[in-house]
Design a protein around this ligand. Structure first.
Ligand code: UT7
Length: 328
């Protein structure tokens, strides 16, 4: 049994903040664009909830996949900023969508959370325990941003992205593959603690780890699948900094035309950044059925992930590409 991404959706809060908003913090539009690539970001306004964004993104993903909420048999939400301490967003999301009481959980793997959630969803389908899994990443980083600290305030945004994972029903064809990892020795380089509840980051150090790890893990997962950079139709890295994305693409020899950049409009939206960028790639007409998408992410923990999965693959797509299959 193999798995594909059958549909994608995304949602943003209505309030858009330009770089000029941060001028009182002794920063400038020029500095922010040059060092990060960010032009605007969206922050949740009064009365908006993360569940609202998650619902909107998930409804669009279901419509794109041509599936109804009744077909969902598992819901996973990646977030570090849920609406409440407990319960998580996933049960509410399932109910809002009208899904018939599926297992529903939130997970927190920081900026790599979407890839952890994808791996989990794919495993459920590959083992026959689910046929249709909704994976949503929803983040309101504005809730844990120190709005007085110019070194972090300018970076973060709020967004949700969702995908529907479904079985292609084709055994023996190319399976998704994910490499995940962690190293808890670097917790103090990026964290939000219980006392002040805002993100603190040693940006330069995190930058170096992010480039090396995302490039290294992507190289490794491609090698494990017997693939090369030439086999990538679309590369989507965690959108933390446009310079990180360019450095990773350069290290892997991925042409810019095949690397999706969306940080310019939304900033760093943690685990929502990859599904949001996927949604943008789809909207820009950059994805064709059967395309091979490669993703990489890195975040607080440290945690990281890299993975390969097909976009809207069908049994026919799988048969055509059977000679290049990943080892199982
Ligand atoms: O999503 C999870 C993973 N996160 C990441 O991967 C983020 C990784 N880090 C980064 O993207 C970058 O390190 C930042 C964007 C956070 C910072 O860029 P940088 O080029 O690494 O700058 P820096 O931290 O080395 O700081 C350079 C200078 C410093 O001034 P001095 O000491 O050289 O005088 C900072 O105080 O830039 C200063 N600075 C600013 N200046 C104007 C820091 N933030 C700002 C600012 N405006 N907003």
């Amino acid at each position: 049994m193999t798995v594909t991404i059958a549909g994608v959706g995304a949602a943003l809060p209505s309030a858009v903040l330009g770089n000029d908003h941060f001028a009182p913090l002794d920063t400038s539009h020029e500095w922010i664009v040059k060092r990060t690539g960010i032009h605007t970001r969206h922050w949740l306004g009064p009365g908006e909830t993360l569940a609202d964004l998650a619902e909107q993104a998930s409804r669009e993903a279901l419509a794109d996949a041509g599936r109804s909420a009744h077909e969902i048999d598992h819901v996973v939400v990646s977030t570090v900023t849920p609406d409440r301490v407990t319960p998580g967003i996933a049960p509410e999301l399932a109910t809002r969508l009208g899904a018939p009481g599926p297992p529903a959980l939130d997970l927190n793997a920081a900026c790599a959370g979407f890839l952890y959630a994808l791996d989990y969803g794919c495993a459920l389908i590959e083992t026959g325990r689910a046929h249709c899994v909704l994976v949503c990443a929803a983040e309101a980083l504005s809730r844990i941003t120190d709005r007085t600290d110019r070194s972090t305030a300018v970076l973060f945004g709020d967004a949700a992205g969702a995908v529907v994972l479904s079985s292609t029903g084709a055994d023996g064809s190319e399976r998704p593959r994910f490499l995940l990892g962690s190293d808890g020795r670097h917790t103090d380089l990026l964290y939000a603690d219980l006392e002040d509840r805002v993100l603190r980051m040693s940006g330069r150090e995190v930058y170096e780890f992010a480039v090396d790890t995302m490039a290294g893990q992507t190289r490794k997962v491609l090698a494990e699948c017997g693939l090369t950079t030439a086999d990538i139709d679309c590369f989507i890295g965690h959108q933390a900094n446009v310079r990180i994305l360019r450095a990773v693409a350069a290290a892997l020899d991925i042409p810019q035309a095949r690397s999706q950049i969306s940080i310019d409009k939304v900033g760093n939206t943690s685990s929502a950044s990859i599904p949001f960028a996927l949604w943008q790639a789809r909207g820009a007409g950059r994805l064709r059925p059967g395309d091979r998408i490669v993703m990489a992410a890195f975040g607080a923990g440290f945690v990281w992930g890299a993975g390969v999965i097909r976009w809207k693959a069908t049994p026919n797509t799988a048969v055509q590409t059977q000679e290049e299959t990943c080892p199982t």
